[in-house]
Design a binder for this molecule. Structure first.
Ligand code: FA5
Length: 342
């Protein structure tokens, strides 16, 4: 019996040395300590069959072997687990010094950025922000603005018609009329939005562009208030280096009317390709609201006077960022768009 115990011990030590993974460990544990048929378990069972005088010594021997086997298997288990964990760490190792992949964030479009700045400036001067539909009836786009049938501005060469009476609005001045239906003077509103014209694209023209309409109605408003407001707006928007100039002009819905020019954003007034040598770029139209427009909207022109303006937002974006061509704004080239942002 003693020899069998020693033989099993030697065999166990030999097998345990060769264990390389958890599966082999389980197999060895089962082979020696398995409840049914484990070699050491078997020895314990056979103990009862020994003559009583041999039992204590052999019993101690078997117990020592059992303890040795349990301890050795447990040590090996811990060791294998540590090893497996170390291997996993090595496999999943992250090099935190590697440059990361930059997630692609969207950024506001330059038109949006400038529109928000314009809104902030006018809101701080007491203006409310209004809007109106992009598809308009002839009434809002023309009639209510004192543009009679047969006027050249109504021509199909200039306007995208959707039906006889419906068109994509050609100017944000439509919102003047819509605002007057919702509010009574005194009022001050601006209305930024998209407008559409059948214009041939060039560095300062697009068939779709943005305008910002402004309308202020009150008692005793004068042309001086209009000039002062636009000059203050330009100063706050672009700084004192950008100059403004007012030229007499004509719009059916204002009297008197003017065109407002800003010094060219490319040559700063020297004269270049973009401003066609003039040194100035036309940014918008303005004037004192025509009494006929006021009367049409149910406002008494004897009581209220006011001014209106409509500025080209795309050209302001060009002025702000030094763009030489406003068509860049709608080409959706990420290399261009990514340069703007918060
Ligand atoms: C108007 O549209 C008038 N409604 C402005 C107005 C409002 C006058 C209120 C009086 C009172 P005009 O057609 O000039 O005016 O256009 C205004 C501005 O829009 C231009 O000065 C220019 O800056 C811009 N603009 C006009 N056409 C284009 C275009 N094709 N692409 C980009 N900007 C344009």
């Amino acid at each position: 019996m003693r020899e069998r115990v020693e033989h099993i011990r030697a065999q166990f030590r030999d097998e345990v040395r060769q264990v390389a993974d958890m599966a082999a460990l389980a197999r060895v544990r089962d082979r020696y300590l398995g409840r049914k048929g484990g070699l050491i378990t078997q020895l314990v069972k056979e103990l009862g069959a020994l003559p009583p005088e041999e039992r204590p010594t052999i019993g101690r021997l078997i117990n020592e072997l059992k303890e040795e086997a349990e301890a050795a298997l447990e040590r090996l288990r811990v060791q294998l687990e540590e090893q497996a964990e170390a291997e996993r760490f090595e496999r999943e190792r992250v090099d935190i010094t590697l440059p990361g992949l930059r997630p692609l964030f969207g950024a506001p479009h330059p038109i949006t950025l400038i529109r928000q700045r314009i809104e902030d400036i006018f809101v701080s001067m007491g203006y409310a922000v209004e809007s109106g539909p992009e598809v308009e009836t002839s009434y809002y786009n023309f009639d209510a603005l004192n543009i009679p049938p047969g006027h050249p501005a109504r021509e199909a060469q200039d306007t995208f018609y959707l039906s006889e009476d419906l068109a994509l609005r050609t100017q944000t001045s439509t919102v003047q009329i819509r605002a007057l239906e919702r509010r009574r003077p005194p009022l001050r509103i601006i209305a930024p939005g998209k407008v559409f014209r059948r214009d041939t694209p060039d560095p300062t023209h697009n068939p779709m562009f943005f305008q910002v309409e402004g309308l202020a109605l009150d008692r005793e408003i004068t042309m001086g208030d209009l000039k002062g407001t636009l000059q203050e707006f330009v100063r706050r928007m672009f700084g004192p280096q950008v100059r403004t100039r007012f030229r007499p002009s004509y719009f059916p819905f204002t009297e008197p009317s003017a065109e407002v020019d800003f010094s060219c954003f490319v040559c700063r007034g020297e004269g270049c390709r973009v401003c066609k040598g003039a040194g100035w770029i036309e940014l918008g139209g303005c004037g004192m609201v025509h009494p006929r427009v006021l009367r049409g909207a149910g406002v008494d022109p004897e009581e209220f006077t006011g001014f209106a303006f409509g500025l080209g937002l795309d050209r302001m974006v060009a002025l702000m960022y030094g763009l030489e061509d406003i068509r860049l704004l709608y080409e959706n080239d990420l290399r261009f768009l990514e340069q703007f942002g918060f």
